[in-house]
Design a protein around this ligand. Structure first.
Ligand code: GUN
Ligand code: ZN
Length: 450
């Protein structure tokens, strides 16, 4: 189902168009030096890596003076906006078929919809089918990197990783670990983990652009022994990532308190298992105590901000701006199936609405930072993706301002870049995705509404 691109990997490609990327968090400042912007720009990708990014005349000048670049393909995207590929910091690929399931909050939603959907991935061909579908749809939405929960079945990781590897994608994925408080068909154990997870790490961690992610679902479904085992691997195996959930819903937090009355708080249980630190990312984090916020910051653990899911499941509202201002790494996420769209552009609109409800409006350029470099930083992948710094991997998305008439109209009235970027975040969606490129290769036939 997934197409590997519109042709053989070119040695060298230049995209012409308006370019925006970030060298840091611009905060609230629309003039921040962290905003890299060329209205008449060029992005040169050579052998999959960014060779240069800047004003069109400068980049084309450099190209002409390099005889080795004679065979470069020029893609004229002028009139469109070129951004680094979008980064989704938290999604459950096997849940794609339960998006838009009505009327339940987290714990009931897990029982009624999520666990049955994940049980169906006991069939390997069903896991393959969902992985292919989600990968294709992510690329169609301009998302080129994601931190992905598979299911408890090891073959669900194989299905996702094999297809992501064939596409040459930078992806993170792991087998869900859960050894209590779940249906028997979804329950693993420390004993099964001990042979299944090292095998998955050996097969996928570091292959192509893939990394393995230790994925204990959340405290209620893992015994302390299982969390400790994950903590041992995190400490022992270089570059492993960790993902889980934290403080999403009031009933969930009460349950954690009942299960662990002696614990200081929810995050303390992950800390006790050694699961805090670089390359760890926790979904939601809506109801943190002051101690938990400080501990996230002090340990360098990151937060996956899932605004559509937080609203859809009625979980709460995140003050992401305050977290960022406190120095906590925050990335943006769809949380499919709890979220309501695979589009990180739509997710930005929900992020802004969250921020208005807490009285700390998310600034336009900072919003786009979250969807690109902010996500890469939250996943500690900023040396590879999230910006067009020379040497970074050449994943990008080309957006069309004119694809939606209301957006086109609004952008015509706008004076500043920040105004246009804000309109794009509020009124835009996947219809604006004109093309997606992976390491300089254009992925074919993406425009659903051509
Ligand atoms: N907490 C534990 N599992 C899940 C899940 O699958 N989705 C969400 N949104 N929260 C969870
Ligand atoms: Zn989740």
């Amino acid at each position: 189902m997934v197409t590997p691109g519109s042709g053989p990997a070119p040695g060298s490609r230049v995209l012409l168009g308006e370019i925006v990327h970030f060298s840091g968090d611009p905060g609230d400042d629309p003039q921040s030096a962290a905003i890299q912007h060329w209205s008449d720009g060029a992005l040169w990708i050579e052998r999959g890596r960014v060779r240069a990014c800047g004003a069109r005349a400068d980049v084309l000048g450099a190209l002409q003076s390099d005889p080795a670049a004679a065979a470069t393909t020029i893609d004229d995207q002028r009139g469109r906006l070129i951004l680094p590929g979008l980064i989704d910091c938290h999604l459950h690929y096997a849940q794609v078929g339960i998006m838009a399931s009505w009327g339940r909050q987290l714990l009931e939603w897990l029982q009624n919809y999520t666990f049955p959907a994940e049980l169906a991935c006991a069939a390997a061909d069903e896991a393959e089918r969902r992985a292919a579908f989600v990968l294709e749809r992510l690329l169609a939405h301009g998302t080129t990197t994601a931190s992905v929960f598979a299911t408890v079945h090891p073959h669900s990781v194989d299905a996702f990783m094999r297809q992501a590897d064939r596409l040459g994608l930078r992806m993170l994925c792991g087998k869900v670990m859960m050894d209590r408080n779940c249906p028997p068909g979804l329950r693993d154990s420390v004993a099964t983990n001990r042979h299944e997870i090292p095998r998955l790490i050996a097969d996928w961690h570091g292959r192509g652009r893939l990394r393995y992610t230790l994925t204990p679902r959340f405290v209620p479904t893992s015994t302390p022994q299982q969390l400790e085992l994950a903590g041992e691997w995190y400490a022992a195996v270089p570059d492993l990532h960790v993902q889980s959930h934290l403080c999403e819903n009031a009933a969930e937090i009460d349950w954690v308190r009942t299960l662990h009355p002696q614990a200081a708080d929810y995050f303390a249980l992950y800390q006790a298992a050694g699961l805090a630190g670089p390359r760890t990312i926790y979904g939601h984090c809506l109801h943190l105590t002051p101690r938990e916020r400080a501990a996230l910051r002090d340990t360098g653990s990151a937060v996956a901000f899932c605004p559509t899911s937080n609203l859809f499941l009625g979980s709460g509202v995140l003050d992401a701006v305050s977290l960022l201002d406190e120095g906590i790494a925050v990335g943006l996420a769809t949380d499919i199936g709890g979220g309501s769209s695979l589009s990180l552009i739509r997710t930005l609109a929900a992020a802004y609405q969250h921020s208005q409800l807490v009285g700390r409006p998310l600034a336009p350029m900072r919003a786009w930072y979250l969807a690109t470099l902010g996500g890469a930083r939250a996943l500690e992948l900023q040396a590879m993706v999230g910006s067009f710094q020379p040497g970074c991997e050449g994943d990008c998305v080309v957006l069309d301002w004119t694809a939606i008439p209301e957006l086109d109209w609004r952008v015509d009235q706008a004076v500043t870049l920040a105004e246009r970027m804000f309109a794009l975040a509020m009124l835009g969606d996947e219809r604006c995705v004109h093309a997606t490129y992976i390491e300089g290769n254009r992925v074919g036939a993406l425009r659903v509404h051509a």
